[in-house]
Ligand binder design. Structure first.
Ligand SMILES: Cc1cc2nc3c(=O)[nH]c(=O)nc-3n(C[C@H](O)[C@H](O)[C@H](O)COP(=O)(O)OP(=O)(O)OC[C@H]3O[C@@H](n4cnc5c(N)ncnc54)[C@H](O)[C@@H]3O)c2cc1C
Length: 292
């Protein structure tokens, strides 16, 4: 499979990316790690006239503390996120989720911003971004804006990104002291999630002070298990609370039916994986999950 002919532009810096996007608009596509864009181009599902390469721009690779949050440069590779000591200390959930993406080759080429900009309903990062209440910093020639993760994803492979806009960085909160776990069900270890659940928990003694649960592939956009979260806030951190909350994990979701699983099975997976993720985050053994 060969892509349709296209012009290749290796951007000199971020301003150059923005100028090229302004010039070419919907004729252009940004290239980061190429792990999703190049397959689409080879299948001719994407036929950009101009490809603007930003993967090499150092400025977009930085992972840095920023006003009480951590800013992850859009072109930071998945592996760089896993290896970052700052993220390990302040937002370890990122590495927990990112290490479940694809295989080592994909993780060394694919980027944090590229995976989010791609907006794949089965991707591992969008649900994490929702659970973290991450903020996207976007830029075009006309404006710079910040968009909350809750507003960024608009459908499968669709986001609010305009044709002339680039993701500069994604900011995540400092969750020092929170525990977390990601449970992903996939047909083989390096594949996309049939369903994934990330749980983030802050304990206050034996109580659950705060909790965030992100759901992958339970709709065409990433979701929060809000009913389960509400049931857990303030509850005693025990097996009963986990089981009751997990039973609510499929509420207000609209999972797809496809060759891997139908919607009913996906709701079942959401319950089981939520119990597992919460159990691991809280260091509890939750029995009889499969019968939930
Ligand atoms: C074999 C294989 C297995 C995989 N398994 C998984 C998996 O298990 N879980 C998972 O989540 N993902 C998986 N992926 C996808 C992987 O995470 C990719 O890294 C990701 O989807 C795209 O990132 P990229 O940097 O390669 O982006 P690219 O392919 O370069 O770009 C993807 C899209 O994002 C746009 N884009 C990229 N960067 C920016 C930016 N800074 N601003 C605006 N738009 C931008 C591009 O224009 C394009 O539309 C897999 C990929 C492969 C090839």
């Amino acid at each position: 499979m060969f892509p349709a002919p296209f012009a290749y532009e290796r951007a000199e810096d971020v301003d150059h990316v923005i100028a090229l996007l302004h010039e070419h608009g919907d004729e252009a596509k940004v290239l980061a790690g190429g792990q999703s864009l190049l397959p689409l181009m080879k299948f001719r599902l994407a036929t950009p006239a101009v490809v603007i390469d930003l993967g090499h721009l150092e400025h977009l690779h930085a992972v840095a503390a920023r006003g009480g949050r951590v800013a992850v440069g859009a072109a930071a590779t998945h592996q760089a996120v896993i290896d970052s000591p700052l993220l390990r200390e302040r937002c370890g959930a990122l590495a927990e989720v990112v290490r479940r993406i694809g295989d080592p080759q994909v993780r060394h080429r694919g980027t944090f911003g590229g995976a989010l900009a791609h907006g794949d309903a089965a991707g591992d990062l969008p649900a994490l971004a929702r659970a973290l209440d991450a903020e996207f910093v976007l830029a075009s020639q006309k404006r710079r804006r910040r968009v909350a993760a809750a507003d960024f994803f608009t459908g499968h492979l669709q986001t609010v990104l305009a044709d002339d806009e680039v993701v500069l960085r994604v900011e995540v909160p400092d969750l020092t002291g929170w525990s977390f776990a990601y449970e992903k069900f996939a047909p083989v270890s390096h594949a996309w999630a049939v369903v994934g659940v990330v749980a983030l928990v802050r304990r206050d003694g034996n109580r659950i002070a705060d909790v965030r649960i992100g759901l992958t592939h339970m709709g065409d956009v990433p979701l929060r298990a809000t009913a389960a979260e509400a049931a857990l806030r303030g509850a005693e951190a025990g097996v009963e609370a986990v089981r009751s909350a997990a039973a609510l994990a499929g509420r207000d979701t609209s999972p797809p039916s496809d060759d891997n699983a139908d919607a009913t099975y996906r709701r079942h997976l959401a319950r089981v994986l939520t119990a597992r993720a919460l159990g691991r985050a809280l260091d509890l053994t939750v029995p009889n999950l499969e019968t939930m």
